[in-house]
Ligand binder design. Structure first.
Ligand code: PGA
Length: 303
């Protein structure tokens, strides 16, 4: 059957309205133009599709069949249009994400792997601590956030995608290196810790208070880099995520102590506000993180 989309479109309008006049108005065509399209369609179908009794137009048996297929072709076309539209969004979109300072040690590698698959996509990446991420989520500022588990009472959609072990680090000269260390023994050491709004700090405090251990935590610093430098310089012990350590462990500048009950096991989550309509590119990135992060990052995890 030799049919054009234009004929099907005209046929659909006449069959739905059961009127050549109304179909012509809807499609901004003259009535003879509509009649011509239908005539050509009937010729290639080999059967009449309409019959006219008095002023009324009816679908013939063949017309009803044709109408059924015509509607399903139209809905398939709409679906194709939607999928192509989404693909365009994924190829060219902009992704605005924020990650916990500790997550930044792997977030850029995830973005790089994602960018290889979506070349036209641009990114903005904000790196900040947990407290400020929760504020951004509250204000619905970002497409997606990568952070430690957010509090339950906030209206958020969250999904875990990877473990985040926190470990105790020391300089290679520290007397506890190579020993099996108890939590009690740690009480005699000085610790360099993250600032109060940090997820690492909150997890660490919760862990030690659950175990009834009081650490000496006089030295506070606002970044993982500062903590590692301080520990390297011999200022004390530190507690950081294993994800921040790949380079220092490889170079032998820092050592992970073997402490009973350690590591503190946390997880990384990809998070957005409940009810937020994610853009096609944000949906694709979220899916990418959930399914690929562990594979992409595993080779670099020093644990
Ligand atoms: P932060 O990140 O310690 O850099 O705030 C970790 C987290 O959100 O748990």
């Amino acid at each position: 059957m030799n049919v054009t989309f234009r004929q099907l479109k005209v046929f659909e309008a006449v069959a739905r309205q059961l009127s050549f006049t109304h179909a012509a108005q809807e499609l901004h065509l003259s009535q003879p133009a509509v009649s011509m399209q239908i005539k050509q369609l009937e010729e290639s179908a080999g059967l009449p599709l309409f019959e006219q009794l008095g002023k009324k137009v009816y679908l013939t048996e063949a017309g009803k069949e044709m109408y059924h297929y015509c509607r399903s072709i139209a809905s398939q076309l709409e679906e194709a249009e939607e999928v192509l539209g989404q693909l365009k969004g994924i190829q060219r979109g902009h992704l605005d994400i924020a990650v916990a300072s500790t997550a930044n040690y792997f977030a850029t590698r995830l973005l790089a792997a994602f960018a290889k698959q979506h070349e036209g996509v641009s990114f903005s990446l904000d790196v900040t601590n947990r407290e400020s991420l929760l504020r951004q989520l509250e204000q619905n500022d970002k497409d997606l956030v990568i952070m430690g588990r957010p509090p339950e009472n906030v209206n958020l959609e969250m999904e875990a995608f990877m473990e985040n072990p926190l470990v105790v680090i020391a300089s290679p000269e520290h007397p506890l290196v190579g020993k099996k260390v108890t939590l009690n023994r740690l009480q005699k050491e000085s610790f360099v810790v993250r600032e109060a709004g940090s997820g690492t700090r909150i997890a660490m405090e919760r862990f030690f208070s659950e175990h009834g251990v009081r650490l000496q935590t006089g030295m506070e610093m606002t970044s993982n880099e500062a903590i590692k430098q301080a520990v390297d310089a011999g200022l004390g012990l530190g507690i950081v995520s294993i994800h921040t350590l790949a380079l220092e462990l490889e170079l032998g500048r820092l050592v992970v102590l073997e402490v009973k009950e350690f590591p503190i096991l946390r997880h990384w989550y990809v998070v957005h506000r409940k009810g937020k309509r994610l853009s096609p590119i944000a949906t694709a990135f979220r899916q990418f993180v959930l399914s690929e992060a562990t594979n992409i990052l595993q080779s670099k995890n020093p644990l």
